[in-house]
Design a protein around this ligand. Structure first.
Ligand code: CDP
Ligand code: CDP
Length: 216
């Protein structure tokens, strides 16, 4: 046991997970890890190889041939795929449209969960995703499930200038057999629909205190 602490932030697309995780990490001096970027990175490589994201066997072959370097810059997680940082391409429409299929493949999840757990050996983290409280760090007492109304989430994506079929992605992420999106045991739900970013952070800090976090 490294003695490091993990704060798990899960929820559907555009609920505000990364915004919250980033601010919490900054305020608490922890490393913010974006696990979705790892699924997006594998998807980016799958698309580059011209592979059908629904062909699990082909996706697994791509995974085996790919070198993923997951690190951090002291504050935020970083990722390289075969030595390349895909940057904004991780949030392209093509990646948005294919990432749920790639992330439903159990072998992909197994590989990425191992890389996610490695972070905790090196640092205390705020990690955001879909299964952080349920699968990656089920034993952490610090778990928030961030939610927001579907219309609010769609509007947040439009405001960001993104065309992202969030409801389709949420449906796929919630229905998959392995590690579906769900409220983990012990997680507290935080609905950000009527929150500003600032008031959402304040509410999250109250939740973490109630869960026994003493860093604050
Ligand atoms: O930022 P946004 O909420 O739109 O998505 P993301 O967190 O970057 O995650 C992209 C996709 O990766 C999700 O739609 C899931 O299919 C997958 N994912 C996952 O399966 N498990 C995680 N822990 C994180 C992401
Ligand atoms: O990571 P996830 O996909 O869950 O959401 P995000 O990337 O943090 O995006 C949420 C968007 O909603 C951002 O543009 C935030 O500025 C905005 N927002 C928020 O995160 N929280 C609020 N309470 C209000 C707006």
């Amino acid at each position: 046991d490294s003695g490091n602490v993990a704060i798990a932030i899960d929820g559907p697309a555009a609920s505000g997970k990364s915004t919250l995780a980033r601010i919490l990490a900054d305020q608490l001096g922890l490393v913010m890890v974006n696990s979705g970027a790892m699924y997006r990175a594998v998807t980016w490589k799958v698309l580059r190889e011209g592979v059908d994201s629904h062909d699990a066997g082909a996706v697994i072959r791509v995974l085996r041939e790919t070198i993923l370097e997951c690190g951090d810059d002291g504050r935020y997680s970083t990722i390289k795929v075969d030595g390349i940082d895909p940057g904004d391409e991780l949030r392209s429409e093509a990646v948005n449209a294919n990432v749920s299929a790639v992330s439903a493949v159990p072998e992909v999840r197994e590989a990425l969960v191992a890389l996610q757990r490695d972070y905790l050996k090196r640092a205390s983290v705020v990690m955001e995703g879909r299964d952080i409280g349920s699968v990656v760090f089920p034993d952490t007492p610090y778990k928030i499930y961030v939610d927001a109304d579907e219309e609010v989430r769609a509007a947040r994506r439009r405001d960001a200038g993104e065309l992202d079929a969030v409801s389709k992605r949420d449906a796929a992420d919630s229905r998959r057999a392995t590690a579906p999106l769900m409220v983990a045991d012990g997680a507290t739900v935080l609905d950000t629909s009527d929150h500003t970013i600032e008031s959402g952070v304040a509410a999250a800090i109250e939740i973490l205190k109630a869960q026994g976090l003493h860093l604050i």
